[in-house]
Design a protein around this ligand. Structure first.
Ligand SMILES: *Cc1c(COP(=O)(O)O)cnc(C)c1O
Length: 424
């Protein structure tokens, strides 16, 4: 059922939303003491109410135990990363042995490429989406140069269609087929940060594997947003950040997926550290690396407990809700956002271009819009009125109604403001 674009319609939708109470588990920023409409969970997720409590527990354990907290803390620090594994595995559709929380996203992409970008002879190219997130472009280009390769010839970037700004799945698959003897790595953002487009990861992974390439996914905008099934799809690796849809707090810890087919290999190229070493032997301080036979082998250092603690608060909520229910609400909430944007455009007579695909299978919660001629002015008025959205050059407003804490009423109120500023 679709709800009417009225205050009553939005309130009815919120009443019928079984996840509505989760909103109270988060702290919303304020704009000069007024409430804000927060639509930037795709950039920085909100603080779970319980984050502070968990950080305080770790501080208390540190005060109480000092170094002995590694074993005696109620969440022993020596195993701290393990407290994230089961929840993350569910979120990305992996076996528990295939995921680990560690480092930052770009750091992890590099560590994974050290293992999984192994150019040999003619098979030395990387295929990625054009206009990928800058950090990914820097990572890919610098990895190529690190191997003595020229990014100008070895990085195949699939340019978005100039009209739609999207990249059809069929084009990605055709490009993989076309370059099948040259591809060492296919690495794309599963959900594009700018357009919000979701790629058909299952089919692209399959095409990449058939071409004999390694397939990796950057899921910065995918984890906690859409349903993922990395193990079944057969992806080789993936990485995502914790602070967007997973609400780990600024700079919070990233997660990685490494398919079990790559576990337990001693000869795999890898940058090694003691936290990847066989746990039984770790404190014997031997000089030969014996990898843990799971994704944990890619860890370098002991876990940054305080940077990780807030993520526990958020993952508890993901465990309760589950990705199926979350995605189901997300589809309704984003369809509602599309409707209020379209109504605002019609009622104001101002054209608004929705860049994000309208097919729900090809998008997550985010909708990116462009307002020809007055995008910046509309964006500034919205910000002034307490809408926290985000602006991406040259002319895009990104809006992410996050099903964990945004309401239909938020979306309705946004639509009213948008209409007002489009008319101005
Ligand atoms: C947010 C984002 C990043 C950020 O990288 P960090 O290493 O976490 O700073 C990288 N890639 C993509 C696709 C992103 O959306």
């Amino acid at each position: 059922m679709s709800y009417p674009n009225t205050l009553e319609g939005a309130r009815l939708a919120d009443q019928e939303d079984t996840l509505a109470t989760y909103r109270d588990e988060f702290l919303f920023p304020k704009n000069k003491d007024r409430k804000v409409l927060y639509f930037t969970g795709n950039s920085l997720g909100l603080q779970p109410r319980k984050a502070r409590e968990i950080i305080n527990e770790e501080l208390d354990d540190w005060a109480r135990w000092g170094v002995d907290g590694h074993l005696e803390a109620h969440r022993p620090w020596v195993a701290y990363h393990e407290f994230f594994t089961a929840s993350l595995a569910k979120i990305v559709g992996a076996k528990e042995s295939e995921v680990v929380a560690m480092n930052g996203l770009t750091t992890n992409l590099h560590l994974l490429m050290v293992s999984f970008f192994q150019p040999k002879g003619k098979r030395c190219k990387i295929l990625c989406e054009g206009k990928a997130f800058p950090s990914d472009q820097y990572a890919l280009r610098s990895q190529l140069r690190f191997h003595g390769l020229d990014p100008e010839t070895c990085l195949i970037e699939l340019a978005p269609d100039p009209e739609t700004e999207l990249i059809d799945d069929e084009r990605v698959i055709a490009a993989i087929d076309q370059h099948k003897d040259e591809l060492a790595l296919v690495m794309l953002g599963g959900v594009n940060y700018y357009t919000g487009q979701v790629f058909d990861m299952e089919r692209i992974t399959d095409a990449g594997k058939r071409a004999g390439a390694i397939v990796g996914w950057d899921l910065a905008h995918g984890a906690g947003n859409i349903a993922l099934d990395l193990h079944k799809w057969g992806a080789d690796f993936a990485a995502w950040c914790g602070y967007k849809y997973l609400n780990s707090g600024p700079g919070g810890v990233s997660g990685v997926f490494i398919h079990e087919r790559h576990h337990g290999k001693k000869d795999i190229p890898r940058f090694e550290g003691w936290w990847g070493h066989n746990k039984e032997e770790r404190f014997k301080m031997g000089d030969r690396f014996d990898p843990i036979p799971t994704a944990e082998a890619w860890q370098l250092s002991n876990a940054p407990v305080f940077a990780m603690a807030p993520l526990l608060a958020s993952l508890e909520l993901f465990d309760q809700v589950g990705m199926t229910a979350l995605r189901s609400k997300s589809l309704k909430l984003t369809a509602y956002l599309q409707k209020v944007i379209e109504d605002a455009a019609v009622n104001s007579g101002q054209s608004v271009r929705i860049i994000t695909p309208k097919d729900e299978k090809r998008r997550g919660c985010q909708i990116s819009i462009a307002v020809p001629g007055k995008g910046r002015a509309v964006f500034e008025s919205l910000s002034e009125a307490g809408v926290i959205a985000d602006w991406r050059e040259p002319d895009v407003i990104r809006l992410a109604p996050v099903p964990m804490y945004n309401s239909f009423e938020d979306v309705y109120e946004f639509g009213q403001l948008l209409e007002k500023f489009l008319k101005a």
